[in-house]
Design a protein around this ligand. Structure first.
Ligand SMILES: CC(C)(COP(=O)(O)OP(=O)(O)OC[C@H]1O[C@@H](n2cnc3c(N)ncnc32)[C@H](O)[C@@H]1OP(=O)(O)O)[C@@H](O)C(=O)NCCC(=O)NCCS
Length: 262
C-alpha cells in the first residue's frame, strides 16, 4: 500500500460513543485498511443501533477491510451489540501481573539479558515469525496465518528503534534463547508486549529460566511490577505464569469485524 492519510472516525451522541482509528502497520501487513475501535460505549442500546449506521456507512465508503475491538470482559451489552453488527468473538485475553518486584527473591539462573542490536535482528525476526500461534490473527480463520507470522516478525524488527518499546534478548552463553519486547510505563512499571523462546529450544526449561532472568533484570533496574497480555487459549504460557506466581487482573475480550467482500 502507498502512504495515505490514516483513517479516523469519531461518533458521540446521547446513545453511543466510539472512536475508530487505523492501525497503520496492520494495514500494511494485511493489505487492507485495518482499524481498531479504541473507544466503544453504549449509553442507550436501542437508539444506538441507528447512530451506529453512520459509522457503518463511513466504513463502507472508506472500504475498510478489518475492524478489531477489545472490551473489558464485563461489558456484555457492548459485546452483544457488536455481535449483532457482525463482529465475531475471537478470544479472551488475560493479563498476568507480578507486583512488589523489589520485595521478592528470584533464583539465579545463569542466563544473560541484554539489549538486542541490529546484528541479532535476522534471528529474532525468524523466531518471532515461528513462535506465535494462539494470538487473534492466527486463530481467526479468516486471516492467512503467514500474514499473521509476518506481523510478529515486523513488530520485533520495528521494536529495535521504537520510541517507547525495547527489544531485549536472553542468552545462554552464545545461544540466543528468546526475546522480550518491553515498554517502560509510569511509576516504575514495565509491560511485556511480546515474549518468546526460540522454538528450537522450547520444552527444555528455558522458558522458566528466561522469565526468571527477566524478572531479576527488571528488579535490579528498580522496577516495581510487570504486566503482560496473553491469549486465554495459550495454556503453555498460562501454566508458566502460574508456576512463576503471577496474578491475573481483569480480562478482556477481542472481536473482529471482517469485510468479507473486500
Ligand atoms: C510458552 C513458552 C515461553 C514456554 O517456554 P518453554 O521453554 O517451552 O517452557 P519450559 O520448558 O521452561 O516450561 C516452563 C513451564 O511452562 C509450562 N509449559 C511449557 N510447555 C507446556 C506445555 N506443552 N503444556 C502445558 N504447559 C507447558 C509449564 O508450566 C512448564 O513448567 P512445568 O512443566 O514444571 O509445569 C514457549 O512455549 C514459547 O515461547 N511459546 C511461543 C510464544 C508465546 O506463546 N509467548 C507468550 C505470549 S506473547
Amino acid at each position: 500500500m502507498t502512504a495515505t492519510a490514516l483513517l479516523e472516525f469519531a461518533l458521540e451522541t446521547p446513545n453511543i460513543r466510539l472512536i475508530a482509528r487505523e492501525v497503520s502497520w496492520d494495514s500494511v501487513v494485511f493489505s487492507t485498511r485495518v482499524l481498531q475501535l479504541q473507544e466503544f460505549e453504549l449509553l442507550d442500546q436501542r437508539a444506538a443501533f441507528y447512530d451506529f449506521k453512520n459509522y457503518e456507512g463511513w466504513v463502507a465508503k472508506e472500504k475498510v477491510g478489518v475492524v478489531s475491538c477489545r472490551l473489558p470482559n464485563e461489558r456484555i451489552r457492548e459485546s452483544m451489540f457488536l455481535e449483532a453488527r457482525n463482529f465475531k468473538f475471537i478470544e479472551t485475553v488475560l493479563h498476568p501481573c507480578l507486583n512488589r518486584l523489589q520485595h521478592r527473591s528470584f533464583e539465579a539462573v545463569n542466563l544473560n539479558v541484554a539489549t538486542a542490536n541490529s546484528s541479532d535482528l535476522d534471528i529474532l525476526v525468524d523466531v518471532a515469525k515461528q513462535s506465535f500461534g494462539y494470538e487473534r490473527y492466527h486463530i481467526d480463520p479468516r486471516f492467512n496465518s503467514k500474514r499473521a507470522d509476518e506481523r510478529y516478525g515486523r513488530w520485533v524488527a520495528a521494536s529495535l528503534c521504537h520510541e517507547s518499546q525495547r527489544l531485549l534478548k536472553v542468552m545462554d552463553g552464545e545461544r540466543l534463547v528468546g526475546f522480550f519486547v518491553v515498554e517502560h510505563k509510569r511509576n516504575q512499571e514495565i509491560y511485556w508486549h511480546l515474549t518468546a523462546i526460540n522454538p528450537r529450544w522450547q520444552g527444555r526449561g528455558y522458558g522458566y529460566r528466561a522469565w526468571l532472568a527477566m524478572l531479576r533484570h527488571h528488579q535490579m533496574a528498580g522496577y516495581r511490577s510487570v504486566t503482560t497480555t496473553i491469549s486465554a487459549g495459550n495454556s503453555r504460557v498460562l501454566n508458566l505464569y502460574a508456576k512463576l506466581g503471577f496474578r491475573f487482573i481483569a480480562p478482556e475480550k477481542t472481536f473482529h469485524w471482517v469485510n468479507e467482500l473486500a
